[in-house]
Write a protein that binds this ligand. Structure first.
Ligand code: GLN
Length: 455
């Protein structure tokens, strides 16, 4: 098929299904078709050395896109059009991919259910009374409902893996520093990492090939030789050592999730892998440490949204300070304000040592636990989420309940490790369950191999 035919097919599905799902916040048919025509004219569509050329892709609305509105799910940026592309967006363009539009998300990527978006909740295509997960909920719903063959997501504390799990997709959060954060609106800079969300590990490997790489415009980008992440996809799994953290298989995981995860592990044993028990003794501290570190960084990052240079500005104000405070009061939603308050508090004089510094020490312990565990295994497996997709409103009244949806994902971000969620069957209500894979730093090719052999 030509790029124009492909783009047209997906645009038609978006037109038909997006009013129900609310996965896209911005679609621009003409812009998309122009890119598709250019791809066709390049003569690269269908060529074996340019596998992504002409393939449509949609971006989480946290990635800046020149000429397309970038909202980050917030009223604050509801009128913002970036003058430049994020490095990731630029790289996909260079690979010949065609942008289908911008995807809904929790406001400033804060959330696990997509209920905090200024543009309204995204529905889970498997059951529209349930959440798609968050914060990359628009990305997950769009790919699951085939409104897009692939999407970008970002994962600060689980936001690629959790929605991938709840919508039955493959999602990969790369090693911190592998994918450029330039032009990716910052939430918690030491944790944020962009990655691909798609149907399969094979698709994710091709997307990661295009996304990854050193970027001098991101000061935490890692200078490493480029890799082909698809190179090991078919390798046999004979002798693979799978670590099962005791702490992930205790209480807290629903019985249906446990059954699906156990069945996947049995499958892996049939494929020649052996399972060993490992310990992550400090993993119980990951949610508390995260909810000090992430809000601290967020409170600092979000101070740039002051109504002066871009974004929402209050219509009426008395003076400059009043303009700042009214613009921010009107522009940010409740969850974002909660994070700014927590973050400002833990960074304030007298509390910095007690909270922020303490959380940083815990973060180190968590990273050390993983380093120890990887001495006896190649990859760690466990659930991606404690339950299948929950219903709208079920957790939104209690922030702590919502934060606990990420108990299995957050430690990975604190340690900067790569993590994946892959579909492993169905649980209650016939909803998808995600199996989480965690690897040592830079083990993406191995993890994609492990995922691909199962798929
Ligand atoms: N749900 C977590 C939060 O609200 C993680 C979000 C994310 O990874 N962006 O902070």
């Amino acid at each position: 098929a030509s790029a124009v035919e492909l783009a047209t097919l997906f645009l038609e599905r978006i037109e038909k299904l997006n009013p129900t799902l609310n996965a896209f916040v911005t679609v621009d048919r003409e812009k998309t078709l122009t890119m598709a025509r250019e791809a066709d004219a390049s003569g690269k569509v269908g060529a074996s050395d340019t596998p992504l050329s002409g393939i449509p892709l949609a971006h989480k609305d946290i990635f800046c896109t020149e000429g397309w509105r970038t909202t980050c799910g917030s009223k604050m940026l509801s009128n913002f059009v970036s003058p430049y592309d994020a490095t990731v967006v630029e790289k996909f363009k260079a690979a010949g991919m065609v942008t289908l539009g911008k995807l809904n998300m929790d406001e400033f990527a804060m959330g696990s259910s997509n209920e905090t978006s200024f543009f309204g909740p995204v529905k889970n295509p498997w059951d529209t009374s349930r959440v798609p997960g968050g914060s990359s909920g628009g990305s997950a719903a769009a790919v699951a409902a085939r409104l897009a063959p692939a999407a970008t997501g970002t994962d600060t504390g689980g936001s690629i893996r959790q929605p991938a799990a709840l919508c039955g997709l493959t999602g990969l959060k790369p090693t911190y520093g592998l994918v450029s954060r330039y032009g990716m609106i910052a939430f918690a800079s030491s944790l944020d990492q962009g990655g691909p969300m798609a149907k399969s590990a094979e698709d994710c490997s091709l997307l990661l090939n295009a996304m990854a790489g050193f970027d001098p415009r991101d000061s935490t980008s890692l200078e490493r030789p480029t890799e082909d992440y698809a190179r090991d996809l078919d390798k046999p799994l004979q002798g693979l050592r799978i670590g099962l953290p005791k702490e992930f298989f205790g209480e807290g995981m629903d019985a249906d999730v446990r059954a699906a995860v156990e069945a996947a592990l049995a499958e892996y044993r049939k494929l020649g892998a052996a399972t060993v028990e490992v310990n992550l003794p400090n993993s119980g501290l990951s949610v508390p440490a995260y909810y000090v570190i992430a809000p601290a960084e967020a409170s600092s990052n979000l101070s740039r949204f002051d109504g002066v240079r871009y974004g929402h500005r209050a219509a009426d104000y008395a003076d400059l300070t009043d303009m700042y405070s009214k613009s921010r009061a009107q522009g940010f939603g409740d969850e974002v304000k909660r994070r700014i308050l927590i973050g400002t508090y833990v960074l304030s004089h007298g509390y910095y040592d007690a909270y922020y510094l303490q959380a940083q020490k815990v973060r180190r312990l968590i990273a050390n636990d993983f380093a120890e565990a990887f001495k006896s295994c190649d990859v760690i497996m466990g659930p991606a989420t404690p339950s299948v997709a929950f219903k709208f409103g079920e957790k939104s009244a209690d922030p702590v309940q919502m934060y606990l949806s990420d108990i299995y994902t957050i430690a990975v971000n604190l340690a900067g490790l790569p993590g994946m969620s892959i579909p492993c069957g169905f649980g209650a209500g016939d909803m998808p369950v995600g199996l989480q894979l965690i690897g040592p730093w830079f083990a993406e090719a191995k993890m994609l191999n492990v995922a691909h052999r199962y798929q």
